[in-house]
Structures are given as structure tokens and as C-alpha cells.
Design a protein around this ligand. Structure first.
Ligand code: CMP
Length: 139
């Protein structure tokens, strides 16, 4: 299978808790190569744009507030079957349902503050990667 990419964000809750290093260690141990990485604080406008697909959901306002509440680490990760394998590594969106040993089971506290984001399809991985990074950053 061709090597492909997924986009992750280490969210403000995990950054505040001092878990950047722990999460990156799990990501590398899971066989992912970090292709691009960026630490920054998204404004509300930027966070709102990233999650625009959820604009009609009841939790959208809360999600945008939270994702702009502190710095994040955005990264493009490369591996065969990257999207599906990364979703396995991070576990279910709700940490109460995340399998033991997954990143969300270890570091997330609630469905809203769930430590990490992972793309849900190859198409969205490409869109999300180009949201955070210029093409020259992903060579
Ligand atoms: P993420 O994978 O980043 O993509 C969309 C996010 O919306 C999701 O992780 C959750 O953090 C958030 N989310 C999903 N459902 C809820 C909910 N019921 N309440 C608050 N946030 C939610």
C-alpha cells in the first residue's frame, strides 16, 4: 500500500498538561514519521475555519473556544495506511470509549477536551495538512 499522510493536532488541554512529549513519543513508537510540525496559538477565526464542517453542530462554539484557548501542535504524519492506523492509535473521540493504551485513553479528559485530532479520510487529511502547512513544508 502506498505511504500516505494524516493530520494531527495536539490540542490545548494536552499542551497545558505537559503531554506534548508523551504524545509525540507514542506517535513515533506507532511507526509514524513526522513530515511537518508547527507549534502555535490559533485565533478564534482560524480555529473556526478549521472546524467549519462542524459549524451547524451544537458543540461548534464550544469547540472553537477550546481550540483557540491555548497553543496547539499541528503535525503531518506519514505512514502506510496513515488515516486508519492513526485513528486506531488515538482511540475513540470520547475518551470514555477509547481502548486502553490509546492516546485519548491515556491523556484525554472528555469528548470536547480529547487531547488530539486525527483526520477522518485521505481527502480531509490533504485538506487539513494544507490548512496548517505550505506545500514546501511537506516535501
Ligand atoms: P476532533 O477529532 O478534533 O473533530 C471534531 C471535534 O469535535 C472532536 O474531535 C471533539 O473534540 C469535538 N466534539 C465531538 N462531539 C462533541 C460533543 N458532543 N461535545 C463537544 N465536543 C465534541
Amino acid at each position: 500500500m502506498a505511504t500516505n499522510i494524516t493530520l494531527t493536532m495536539i490540542k490545548p488541554d494536552a499542551v497545558r498538561a505537559g503531554n506534548i512529549g508523551n504524545i509525540l513519543k507514542d506517535i513515533e513508537a506507532g511507526g509514524f514519521r513526522i513530515k511537518a510540525m508547527r507549534y502555535y496559538h490559533m485565533s478564534k477565526t482560524v480555529a473556526g475555519r478549521f472546524y467549519e464542517v462542524h459549524a451547524e453542530r451544537p458543540f461548534y462554539g464550544e469547540l472553537v473556544e477550546f481550540m483557540s484557548s491555548g497553543p496547539i501542535v499541528a503535525a503531518v504524519l506519514e505512514k502506510e495506511n496513515a488515516v486508519a492506523d492513526f485513528r486506531t492509535l488515538i482511540g475513540a473521540t470520547n475518551p470514555k470509549e477509547a481502548a486502553p493504551g490509546t492516546i485519548r485513553a491515556k491523556y484525554a479528559t472528555s469528548i470536547g477536551e480529547n487531547a488530539v485530532h486525527g483526520s477522518d479520510s485521505d481527502e480531509n487529511a490533504a485538506l487539513e495538512a494544507s490548512f496548517h502547512f505550505a506545500s514546501r513544508d511537506m516535501i
